[in-house]
Design a protein around this ligand. Sequence first.
Ligand code: ADP
Ligand code: LRH
Length: 491
Amino acid sequence: PQQRYYLAIDIGASSGRHVLGSVNGNGVIELEEVHRFDNVQVRRRGHDCWDIDMIWENILVGLEKCRKAGKIPETIGIDTWGVDFVLVDAQGRLVGDAVAYRDARTNDVAADVDAGIGLERLYRVTGIQRQAFNTVYQLAALSREHPEELEAADRFLMVPEYLNYLLTGHMVNEYTNATTTNLVNARTCTWDSFALEAAEAPARLFGEIAMPGTVVGGLAPEVQQRVGFDARVMLPATHDTGSAFLAVPARDAQAVYLSSGTWSLLGVEHEGPITSDASRYQNFTNEGGYLKRFRFLKNIMGLWMIQSIRRELNGVSYVSGKGAQLKRAAKEIGFGELADAARAEQKLHPDAPVPHVNVNDDRFLAPASMIEEIKAACRETGQPVPDTVGELMRCVYESLTGCYADSINELSALTGRTYTSINIVGGGCQDTYLNELTARACGIPVFAGPIEGTSLGNLMVQMISDGVFADLDEAREAIRRSFDVVEYQPE
Ligand code: ADP
Ligand code: LRH
């Protein structure tokens, strides 16, 4: 029989990729990356924004590459980072910009909204951790700066939903990503009127919420004309973290999951939401997952810090044109070299005190200079200030893995369970130094892989829907036998 292909379009904050998935005659899942692009932001009307046109063009280019390779997918699923959205009018045209979550627009608004509504109630209702960039605050910021845009809008669509609309002409809101807005009731799994009030957003903008596995539609005629084929567009878990957790090849129920990319999302799957005061204090979140499972996890600043240092040393910015005075390095520095610098520093000065910073401090969300911000944090807390790249990287690695260890302890306390291993998926599991340090800091073994966990999770929903796998257990079993997972012991 002819090979059946499925296409995951996984767009993270740092890069997007088209990954074709299929199952060979031996029941082994095969992945092929057909296209990848950098996700660089742009400055528009005083805000950092996603370059939706660039992303859309890349989606089409990736589809054309599938056709050229003669691998036409049965279905296509798009997932992206969470929380960000666009507004569209009754004619389907964009209203305003796709402002990006690291933009400063929510800086002052978030605390103001909190004071007005009572944060405790919002958490009890939605179960979502408080982050200044949550959609609830972004909408409130928009209603203060551009109320006319909310008035002109007909629909609220999150980024993957808007891309699905461009592909098919159909507008559908999807459950897993909707939960990241802080606007969905964790028990009824629908938009919550109290949360919408907090967002200062009209309820009429929000459509019915569809579950992963729903077909959005076929490709629109003009898209078919450009890419040269038709296929059904399906909803995976359109929130990337929701897709990533689906692909974790955990050995047992005592494993902690860590989706490691721009963010480090550390937590577990849970049957229901935990919205206790203790969980709110520790800022744990309850994101909605496939089959209405919950991800009880913590957002940790993650490899964003490493990405930012790398960009800074290379003289580029994550927002094109911003920080243009940066000097370009003579030779581009890669992630491997940064890890090597930390490793060498550790070897050279094994007993030197390593400064630790609180990686989850908002100061690291979008600093003008990550390097200077880390140095300042060390200085302000009376610790040695890192000077060389090796010292700086060691500080970041130790701080990050220290935070992983603390978070696992908090997770244990909140769920009343003991965790005996960590499964890491995502681009970050290629960082062997980080994996080693994580095992050591947490005192439990680390299992690293698969790297393209998010694309795989996206593909799993498509494949289950098409009958390739009977259910999620069977799909996870196939992942276990198809991908190498590297084990790291604490010592
Ligand atoms: P996102 O989906 O959020 O854009 P990814 O899952 O693609 O992120 O992970 C990107 C991160 O993975 C980078 O920031 C970097 O820290 C890490 N990474 C990628 N490739 C390597 C590598 N070869 N060695 C070490 N780390 C890497
Ligand atoms: C990871 C992620 C995370 C969100 C953040 C905005 O890519 O989706 O789960 O909190 O981006």
